[in-house]
Design a protein around this ligand. Structure first.
Ligand code: ZN
Length: 453
């Protein structure tokens, strides 16, 4: 039994004071009691405590590319597509040891900023020439190994990537490390399922990479999976145009008509939707996985948040290429991009939720729990005991309380006013530092210097 006592905690019904939180040996919350004046032997959390935030989209290896893919290419006209060429060259150097070192660094940064569950959309399966490792799931399993070291919850989504364009185009040479046929993909899934038994805070889903990478028949064969099922969709204008010319439908429109979209599904980005697509996707029960700092970095476009939210659509956030690794940064850009687009303020807020920081956090906790398929996103019995303590004495948050403090967290300052991160009842981050920060960073430095040399 683990006990915490939070001076202020954000519960499903709102903020509460003097909250006693108990978790069992598996790290699952067994009781939540507001108004418990005596802390007893519980670990005291003196700040504002919110649920750990699910990060629903990661390609961990790209953390080592962050900042290294900005230089203008000789031909100019840089875009998502020229960035992708840089990424292909980068993965040609990455060994399994490198992938694990980079993943651990990413996970530590995520934990120190308040993410407690990471959904790894994993498509870098093979050696640079495309030959599988002796263990076909070697690269996937390195993410589990990193998570065992850092303590983060992990949703592992092995990705099926077979083609290089809609539908069934030949892959490019740079895509060889990603490619599997359905049998090879199934072997990776089975191997990961077996390995999961030793990782109590990990779960398994699948990720057909995109409509560029699989055929309708492959997608159909995967559609009976219990989930989570994640797929990239409608990230780039060119992708939408190619889909229209190949199928007569836009990517989200095609998925709505041809895939059994429901709460198991998470469409990553969905940047380019018509209002009709947004309304239909919201009705389907699927989640949209938004990655604002990456979408900005890659020049994807701006998601039409008000139209989708007014239709009741579920959202979650991820850090994707990891140019940012903090929930506050994703939420800030999600809202401020709308402000720039619409010449308005407090776009995510509503009549019943006047604070955009609270409205956005609430939305991505609920959507993130659904998209990750893990028992996270709330401080409530039955949920995993994932807690984030914000330091309300930090200059960024001082003078604020409750929902206004969440606004201050999301929309102001550059420092990290986080004191404690708990995953499954274990405090992994104390005083803002992960216990393994120095060892993980030393390994990462050695790795990234070699990779970028
Ligand atoms: Zn992605």
């Amino acid at each position: 039994m683990t006990r915490f006592h939070a001076a202020q905690a954000l519960l499903p019904g709102g903020w509460a004071r003097d909250v006693a939180i108990e978790a069992d040996a598996a790290g699952i919350i067994t009781s939540v009691d507001p108004g418990t004046v005596s802390a007893g032997d519980a670990e005291r959390l003196f700040g504002h405590v919110v649920p750990g935030v699910p990060n629903i989209h990661s390609h961990a290896f790209q953390r080592a590319m962050a900042g290294a893919a900005e230089r203008r290419s000789p031909a100019g006209r840089d875009s998502f597509w020229t960035w992708r060429e840089t990424m292909y060259r980068f993965v040609a150097r990455l060994t399994p040891d490198d992938a694990e070192a980079v993943a651990a660094q990413l996970q530590v940064e995520c934990l120190e900023h308040g993410f407690t569950q990471l959904t790894e959309f994993h498509y870098l399966h093979h050696r640079p020439d495309g030959t599988p490792y002796a263990d076909r799931a070697e690269m996937a399993l390195r993410h589990l190994a990193a998570a065992a070291e850092t303590g983060i919850g992990l949703t592992l989504l092995p990705s099926l990537y077979r083609h290089g364009g809609i539908f069934g185009a030949d892959p490019a040479p740079g895509q060889r490390p990603f490619l599997n046929d359905p049998d090879g993909f199934r072997a990776i899934l089975d191997r990961c399922a077996t390995a999961m038994r030793d990782h109590p805070h990990a779960n398994l889903g699948i990720a057909p990479h995109s409509l560029r990478a699989v055929t309708p028949a492959m997608l159909d064969a995967l559609s009976d999976h219990p989930g989570p099922i994640h797929i990239h969709a409608a990230e780039q204008v060119r992708e939408v145009e190619e889909c229209v010319s190949a199928t007569g439908a836009r990517p989200v429109e095609w998925l709505l008509a041809n895939a059994p979209l429901d709460a198991r599904w998470c469409l990553i980005h969905a940047t380019h939707m018509t209002p009709a697509e947004a309304a239909a996707l919201a009705r389907s029960g699927a989640t949209v996985g938004l990655c604002p700092t990456t979408e900005a970095s890659l020049g994807d476009g701006i998601f039409d948040l008000p139209t989708y939210r007014e239709a009741g659509g579920a959202i979650a956030i991820g850090t994707d290429s990891h140019v940012g690794t903090a929930p506050r940064e994703e939420l800030r850009l999600l809202e401020t991009a709308q402000r720039l687009r619409l010449h308005a303020r407090s776009v995510a807020a509503g009549d019943d939720a006047p604070h955009p920081g609270r409205a956005l956090l609430g939305a991505v906790l609920a959507g993130g729990a659904r998209a990750s398929g893990a028992p996270v996103g709330a401080i409530a019995p039955g949920c995993r005991c994932d807690l984030v303590e914000l330091d309300d004495g930090h200059p960024t948050l001082a003078g604020h309380a409750g929902d206004a403090l969440l606004d201050a967290w999301v929309f102001s300052g550059q420092e990290n006013p986080l004191r404690t991160t708990v995953v499954a009842g274990r405090a992994l981050v104390r005083d803002g530092r992960h216990a393994a920060r120095d060892a993980v960073a030393a390994r990462y430095r050695e790795t990234v210097r070699r990779l970028l040399a």
